[in-house]
Design a protein around this ligand. Structure first.
Ligand SMILES: [Mg+2]
Length: 276
């Protein structure tokens, strides 16, 4: 199998050089908290020097885009601008706007909710919301989750802002929106009515629309099989599974290994070698 994977990478250099937008997942692909993944800085600098557009597409809804930007610029000592960031909160804002939803009970951190309000008008409604929003609610308390459960049982539908079960940090994994929503699902026996963020192909479509680019002009780098890689394969874009985060080589299912548009890369050093 390893031989097959190496064989597939024979034309990767040409494929990558033809791309215009290099899109990266953040946690586990570029960094863990404030710790950069080894070699990532050199690779980002290489892309900037070669006039490639770098975009960070993150499912992490615990902080707004501006905070992701601050973090990335601090970690890598670079000067990206806010337009380099796209997130599940952007996708959520689009979805709420499209469906004319404004009264929500948000399980979202304060700053994330404020950011959402810059995209689309929403107001917090405790007793009778149209939807419950389940995000990566690190400021959440038991009483919030209990109230959300009661609303859901009353028939209020809920949206998962991002389906990630856990978020990697420097010290280990912590529960993410996917786990919080699993808790609500187990409590109520009711599934979410909609899921924003990766692997929903709509988030990639929105990103491409934002930059006026087509699928062929983009390459996506991510570390998680059920979000990053599923989206990349589903959308038919060139996708790089980085083994820098939560996925180990042995865990990659054969159908993913064999997917035409998927390449498995050990590290940024390997990538730089390929591009030499
Ligand atoms: Mg990740």
């Amino acid at each position: 199998m390893r031989k097959f994977i190496q064989q597939k990478k024979k034309h990767l250099k040409d494929i990558l050089l033809r791309k215009y937008i290099f899109v990266f997942d953040k946690d586990g692909t570029l960094s863990y908290d404030f710790r950069p993944i080894p070699g990532a800085k050199d690779f980002l600098e290489y892309l900037i020097k070669n006039d490639k557009k770098v975009v960070i597409l993150t499912n992490n809804s615990s902080i707004p885009n501006g905070k992701h930007l601050e973090m990335i610029n601090k970690i890598f000592n670079l000067e990206f601008s806010i337009e380099n960031i796209y997130s599940s909160l952007d996708h959520l804002g689009y979805y709420l706007k499209k469906n004319n939803i404004s009264k929500v009970y948000p399980l979202l951190n304060k700053e994330s909710l404020n950011y959402l309000k810059t995209i689309h008008y929403v107001e917090e409604e405790y007793n009778n919301p149209e939807f419950v929003l389940v995000g990566f609610h690190t400021e959440g308390k038991y009483k919030d989750w209990a109230h959300a459960s009661l609303l859901i049982q009353k028939g209020i539908p809920y949206i998962i802002v991002n389906p990630d079960l856990r978020c990697p940090t420097d010290k280990g994994f912590i529960p993410d929106a996917g786990s919080i929503s699993k808790m609500l699902e187990l409590t109520t026996g009711i599934k979410a009515s909609h899921i924003c963020g990766k692997p929903n192909p709509e988030i990639l479509k929105l990103l491409l629309e934002k930059f006026g680019k087509s699928k062929d002009e983009i390459v996506y780098f991510g570390d998680r099989l059920y979000t990053d890689i599923e989206m990349g394969i589903k959308c038919g874009i060139t996708t790089i599974l980085m083994l820098t985060g939560e996925t180990k080589f042995e865990e990659v299912p054969e159908n993913i290994v064999k997917a035409q548009n998927l390449f498995i890369i050990e590290s940024y050093f390997e990538l730089m070698n390929i591009l030499k």
